[in-house]
Write a protein that binds this ligand. Structure first.
Ligand SMILES: [Zn+2]
Length: 430
């Protein structure tokens, strides 16, 4: 049976503005597709639909997290003031443990459950170099009902002994996973996942580029995150003009490529990203937590680059996209303050919300099906008890929808998310 939900509905219109229905009616077919959104009372028009009155609640699209690491969740919140020592101290030893299926299974179950608890309905996720652990991650994602793009990490040079792969085996394992999972139920997809240039040979990256084009799968990697990392990378690839040029020459840039961080790009690198229609995962929490830097959001926005938000757990300390939106705005303010920029250059509330929803969908080539609440799209949405974080519980002033959204970003967390829906179906969160 179809359903109608009545609530304050907030969704993105474009990167600058919101679409607000106060209150609105969200009509969903039994197949989980949005049939109509309107301020008009649609109960008579859809009289066979079941009506749910959430007048005291807010409905918004589910969040899209375009960069995170499943195995790292266990040490979330534990930082180090530099990326490379952090990888050595925490990340690599932890990822080695994913050889054991029990650890991989427990971790994946917990991770996807907590993602949906935080209102994330679509996720782009790294696992480890292990084929079995990645297969388990897909199984757990399938059970959790989340929409996810998942990839087995690839690293065949300058890697810790226990994680280093043989090039051919790394490619063959990935292909096996692609054939099994890419497109599963139209909800699970595969991303080739070369960790970053340092740990990937030319042969590996070229192989990825060729197969990805043939199989139409995603590619996710890290780019220009940290000064020390950039220096090591340049030494390893002396013939390339820049860090971005390595990926360009290897043939792994394109509309289905998602590059995390992109903090220190020069103008030529920005042009390469634009020319290849590659996408950026902006990870402001992680960028500051690991003291990497601040990505110049406004500059990239003016270049019309495609940008979404990534929690980068555990480089970032939280799976919450409320937190990620807040950090994105606060990071942009810091950059503005220290560069004596104009206030107008800081990220707005509407822009942060766009990045966490429709912008993320654009980054994942899913803009036509998710990211906003519009006719014909899949019904991925959240019911939020926003009055909980209002000191006056909705009875005082400051009840304009834009003010409510600002309060959500600055004061919201997973405790105010009442229900999560993916394809119109309520997700069970333990
Ligand atoms: Zn990362």
């Amino acid at each position: 049976m179809g359903k109608i939900y009545k609530a304050l509905i907030i969704s993105s219109k474009n990167e600058k503005s919101l679409k607000i229905f106060n209150p609105g009616y969200l009509v969903i077919s039994k197949k989980g597709i949005i049939e109509e959104v309107s301020e008009k009372d649609l109960r008579k028009k859809y009289k066979n639909h079941c009506f749910h009155d959430f007048s005291n609640y807010l409905i918004c699209p589910g969040f899209v997290d375009v960069h995170n690491h499943l195995p790292q969740y266990v040490f979330v919140g534990i930082g180090e003031k530099a990326l490379l020592p952090w990888l050595e101290k925490y990340t690599f030893p932890r990822e080695q443990k994913f050889e054991k299926k029990e650890i991989a299974s427990l971790s994946a179950k917990l991770f996807f459950n907590d993602l949906t608890k935080n209102g994330t309905t679509t996720s782009l996720t790294y696992v480890t170099v292990h084929k079995a652990a990645t297969d388990i991650a897909f199984e757990c994602a399938k059970k959790s009902k989340i929409r996810a793009i998942i990839g087995k990490v690839m690293m065949d040079q300058y890697s810790p002994k226990l994680l280093a792969e043989r090039t051919e085996a790394s490619l063959a394992d990935s292909v096996e996973l692609i054939d099994k999972w890419h497109g599963y139920n139209d909800r699970l997809f595969y991303a080739f996942t070369p960790r970053f240039a340092i740990t990937c040979s030319w042969k590996l990256m070229r192989g990825i580029g060729k197969i990805a084009a043939k199989k139409n799968v995603y590619i996710q990697t890290h780019l220009s995150e940290n000064i020390e990392e950039i220096n090591v990378t340049k030494k390893l690839f002396p013939k390339c003009k820049s860090y971005t040029d390595i990926y360009y020459q290897a043939g792994i840039l394109g509309p289905k490529t998602i590059l995390a961080h992109c903090i220190y790009l020069d103008q030529k690198e920005v042009k390469l990203i634009k020319k290849t229609e590659s996408n950026i995962a902006h990870c402001p929490t992680s960028n500051r937590f690991l003291m990497n830097g601040i990505m110049p959001f406004r500059k990239f926005r003016e270049e019309n680059l495609s940008i979404g938000l990534g929690t980068d757990v555990a480089g970032g300390y939280s799976l919450s996209m409320f937190n990620e939106m807040k950090e994105a705005i606060e990071n942009s303010k810091s950059l503005c303050l220290f560069s004596r920029g104009r206030i107008g250059q800081t990220m707005t509330i509407a822009e942060a919300f766009y990045l966490a929803t429709l912008g993320g969908a654009e980054v994942l080539s899913m803009k036509d099906s998710i990211g906003s609440l519009e006719k014909g799209k899949r019904a991925d949405f959240l019911i939020i008890d926003h009055k909980q974080i209002d000191p006056m519980h909705g009875k005082g002033d400051y009840q304009e929808p834009e003010q409510i959204l600002s309060r959500l970003i600055y004061r919201g967390d997973r405790s105010i998310i009442k229900d999560v829906f993916i394809d119109g179906e309520k997700v069970n969160r333990e």
